[in-house]
Design a protein around this ligand. Structure first.
Ligand SMILES: NC(=O)C1=CN([C@@H]2O[C@H](COP(=O)(O)OP(=O)(O)OC[C@H]3O[C@@H](n4cnc5c(N)ncnc54)[C@H](O)[C@@H]3O)[C@@H](O)[C@H]2O)C=CC1
Ligand SMILES: [Mg+2]
Ligand SMILES: [Mg+2]
Ligand SMILES: [Mg+2]
Ligand SMILES: [Zn+2]
Length: 436
């Protein structure tokens, strides 16, 4: 009955057509479908995207169009292959080269760039000590300001229905915000955007009526950062991470950790100085005057036979979500030893070799996640019931189901914005041809 037809059903013929166009090289119709109905990274039941179909059939024109539309070249299908893997497998060398060139252009260092780690600003730390320069930039008409109220960033909605992101940061110029600046407003210098030659700042407007700021930008709103920031345009996520972690520190460390006196903000918000001239923190360099970061490890533990990986559920996780084990580093501890200690504490499994994967700032409030792959020496699991609800070994095919939201019991792993997802995806990719 037509009344039972949901939006997904009505979309299906368009999606089928979209994949057909990718396969046959029908660029015009594909572009039309992208404008009107389908999402560029739409997948079929096998996890294939249009880019994969185009790669399989060497449709270079379509590949160019999809790349221009911002398709994600990192997506893996249910057998763990990317579009580039598919192109190489089917000897579509021109297609593979095109995709590779695009990936290099997007990321010249060929390094995995996790969500919250994409920050293109030049932090220009040498300018922070130059009070005159900072003052001139604060009143410069080209400078741009991000408002934060109780650590919530002022954002604009993304209206493009085909975008998978929902928010972007709302930047306001000096004229708009000058009436909100008082002598005690916390102003943080974020850095310089060399593409526009603008200096970027964040200002704290906590305690002011949030609705007042609608006058500055009627479509703007203060976004609750978690999970909202995971839906933020990725190129804004790193700037948000810097702004939120820094504002959080500025707000929490008003008093000197050494003597308890009040502190003053200096260096564009990147240092707090104790007002007590006699304080030890004013003699020599003291880390209490500088912003804090809490390093944490996060690890995918692989079984000794290489066929399974260890995932856990913290008590606070949403039902059915499983993730990598993680834990805070302790002072004087190496990354490798933190991984070994946390895995043993949380699961009872003993770990040998530890390889670094990638890192991710996690601005809640100021963690730095150090992602690793760890190799188990033992198998028996004994869960730390204080922290964890459960920990289990999973075979690769089940992990692929969890990665692609096809698990029969609905189990899943964190979304692509989380480093846990990227580490798990790397393992799936790197074992794609090993028949596990
Ligand atoms: N467990 C996971 O799957 C994931 C964890 N994370 C993040 O990893 C970080 C560490 O993971 P957890 O498993 O929570 O650590 P954890 O395994 O070390 O246990 C958390 C406990 O460590 C203690 N702790 C020690 N240093 C701390 C500090 N600087 N800040 C807060 N608590 C501290 C507290 O008692 C806290 O309850 C957190 O920021 C978390 O948000 C991020 C993604 C996934
Ligand atoms: Mg933990
Ligand atoms: Mg722990
Ligand atoms: Mg711990
Ligand atoms: Zn002090």
């Amino acid at each position: 009955m037509s009344s039972r037809t949901g939006p997904e059903d009505t979309k299906k013929p368009f999606v089928d057509k979209y994949f057909e166009c990718a396969e046959n090289g029908n660029k015009e119709e594909l572009s039309f479908l992208l404008k009107s109905t389908v999402n560029v990274d739409q997948r079929n039941e096998k996890g294939w995207t249009a880019l994969m179909f185009a790669a399989r059939h060497g449709q270079t024109g379509v590949i160019e169009t999809l790349l221009e539309k911002g398709c994600d070249t990192n997506i893996v299908n249910k057998t763990g292959q990317t579009a580039q893997d598919i192109a190489l497998f089917w000897d579509q060398n021109l297609a593979a080269k095109l995709i590779e060139a695009h990936m290099k252009e997007e990321n010249p260092d060929q390094q995995l760039r996790n969500f919250f780690s994409l920050n293109h600003l030049d932090r220009a730390s040498e300018k922070r000590k130059d009070k005159d320069w900072l003052q001139a930039k604060i009143s410069d008409e080209t400078s741009q300001f991000l408002l934060l109220s109780e650590l919530k960033p002022f954002v604009l909605p993304i209206k493009d229905k085909t975008s998978k992101w929902r928010y972007r940061l709302c930047w306001l110029d000096h004229n708009k915000i000058s009436s909100h600046l008082t002598s005690d407003t916390v102003i943080l210098f974020l850095g310089i955007d060399h593409s526009s030659s603008q200096s970027l700042f964040a200002i704290d407007v906590s305690g002011k009526e949030e609705s007042k700021f609608k006058d500055l930008q009627p479509e703007g709103s203060f976004m609750v950062p978690f999970p909202g920031s995971l839906q933020m345009e990725p190129s804004d996520a790193g700037i948000f991470a810097e702004a939120r972690s820094m504002m959080d520190w500025l707000e929490r460390y008003k008093f000197c950790a050494t003597c308890g006196s009040s502190t003053d903000i200096t260096e564009g918000g990147h240092k707090r100085v104790c007002r007590n001239q006699e304080c030890k923190s004013n003699k020599g360099i003291h880390n209490t005057a500088y912003p804090r970061t809490d390093p944490s490890v996060i690890m995918l533990v692989i079984s000794a036979d290489g066929k399974r990986c260890l995932l856990g559920r913290k008590k606070q996780f949403p039902a059915k979500m499983w993730s990598c084990l993680a834990g805070f580093m302790e002072p004087g501890e190496s990354i490798e030893d933190t991984v070994r200690r946390e895995v043993e504490e949380e699961s009872g499994v003993k770990v040998g070799r530890v390889d670094y994967h990638s890192s991710q700032p996690w601005p809640f409030p100021a963690s730095l996640m150090l992602g690793t792959i760890a190799y188990a020496k033992t198998e028996d699991i004994k869960v730390d019931e204080d922290e964890m609800e459960d920990a289990q070994w999973f075979r690769r095919p089940e992990i692929v189901q969890m990665l692609t939201h096809q698990h029969p019991q609905g189990l899943y792993i964190p979304p692509e914005q989380a480093i846990a997802h990227q580490i798990i995806k790397s393992w799936v990719r790197n074992t794609a041809s090993s028949n596990l």
